[in-house]
Design a binder for this molecule. Structure first.
Ligand SMILES: C[S@@+](CC[C@H](N)C(=O)[O-])C[C@H]1O[C@@H](n2cnc3c(N)ncnc32)[C@H](O)[C@@H]1O
Length: 372
């Protein structure tokens, strides 16, 4: 007996094994996956989201034979493949065909599914609402299937991830917009960017504004309001001296720039809640650091600088006076062991509390300036 026509495929059948295999495989994808934009707990695999959406949106075709056909198109076949690793052969279960496996999502059958979904809803793909959208896997896949999507989440971080996953790529893909001024003043960012644009290190050095240059807060803090601001022959507000056309960057570079901005802002605002300690260690890489040491070698609380960064130059300044102009205001700080004292040269190394290396039994040194 056939099912009533209003049943969906997912209520009758689902290619569970194939979906699971492709979902597990996708969890190991490190390049190009939305999870690499920002971590989000309980993020659903794209393969499982795509399969669940298709099986929910399409009606059950009504017979076992047609269901098998539909499942094959969606998820392919589960096969045993012979894999070689370290000279050893093993049998691995995997899928062949379908549109669920990472890299096969845009195969010709995707278009077929889009059309079937439209047909099932009178010629127009339905609206999909995900009110708990988190990392955005379900709305992203609904968009891929041609649906009109609304995604929401109570968490502002999830909201921002959703914006960057669902909204900005649609509006900005394929466009080159001028980098914001705060990015132009970020030497590390601009060095990577100009290198990627083909400039040589010496030309990059000459083009960048001197270290320490800053951009007023609030300047250019919008992705959209500064496109085309710099004309031919001008420098970008004196920040970078290159052909202005070079400062028009694609979306990926804007995401990197704004990611650094968010990180810098978070660091500034949270620095007081995550104090950093430092201790001296040998400069020789991987050398064993003696753990029972004199009082002056113990962990010290490092006050954050204006950017919220731990500044262990404060500790090192006593050994290398040229490093830090703030030495005087931290006159009470100990001198690091000097190279002439018979020990290996040392530098301050920052240590996150609770992640310190283990100490021998009976030795329990305490951070010298740790808050009570
Ligand atoms: C299991 S996660 C969703 C994961 C998502 N499907 C994905 O693939 O990434 C549940 C989400 O619901 C959100 N949430 C919890 N309570 C909410 C509420 N009252 N309104 C909106 N979102 C809420 C959480 O912030 C969380 O991101």
């Amino acid at each position: 007996m056939s099912n009533p026509p209003d049943k969906r495929l997912i209520e009758v059948d689902f290619p569970l094994e194939a979906v699971s295999l492709d979902s597990v495989h996708e969890k190991n994808v490190r390049h190009g996956h939305i999870s690499t934009l920002h971590i989000w707990p309980a993020r659903r695999p794209l393969a499982a989201s795509r399969a669940a959406l298709i099986a929910t949106l399409l009606p059950d075709p009504g017979s076992k034979e047609k269901r098998e056909e539909l499942k094959l198109r969606l998820a392919g076949r589960v096969v045993d493949a012979v894999k070689k690793k370290g000279g050893e052969e093993s049998i691995v279960r995997e899928t062949a065909g379908g549109i669920l496996h990472w890299g096969r999502e845009s195969g010709p059958d995707l278009q077929w599914f889009r059309e079937e979904i439209r047909k099932a809803y009178g010629g127009r793909a339905p609206r999909v609402l995900d009110p708990f959208a988190g990392g955005g896997a379900i709305p992203l896949e609904a968009m891929r299937l041609g649906c009109d999507v609304t995604a929401a989440d109570i968490n502002p971080v999830a909201w921002f991830i959703l914006k960057c996953t669902l909204d900005y790529p649609q509006r900005l893909a394929g466009q080159a917009l001028r980098l914001p001024d705060f990015a132009l003043a970020d030497r590390a960012f601009m060095t990577d960017y100009l290198k990627a644009r083909g400039m040589k290190p010496a030309a990059i050095k000459a083009a960048l504004r001197p270290a320490g240059a800053t951009v007023a807060q609030g300047e250019n803090h919008s992705l959209f309001d500064h496109a085309g601001k710099v004309g031919a022959g001008e420098t970008a507000g004196g920040l970078v001296n290159v052909d202005p056309a070079l400062l028009d960057a694609d979306l990926a570079w804007h995401v990197r720039a704004w990611g650094r901005w968010v990180l810098a802002e978070a660091r500034k605002q949270l620095a007081d809640y995550y104090p950093t300690y430092a201790e001296y260690c040998t400069l020789k890489p991987y050398a064993v650091v003696p753990l029972i040491r004199a009082e002056e070698d113990m962990l010290r609380l490092i006050p954050p600088n204006a950017a919220g960064e731990a500044n262990d130059d404060i500790l090192n300044s006593a050994a290398t006076p040229s490093i830090s102009p703030i030495t005087a205001s931290h006159a009470g700080w100990p001198s690091p062991p000097s190279p002439t004292s018979g020990r290996a040269p040392c530098a301050a190394r920052t240590v996150v509390p609770n992640y310190r290396c283990s100490r021998p039994p009976g030795s329990t040194p305490r951070p010298a300036s740790a808050p009570a």
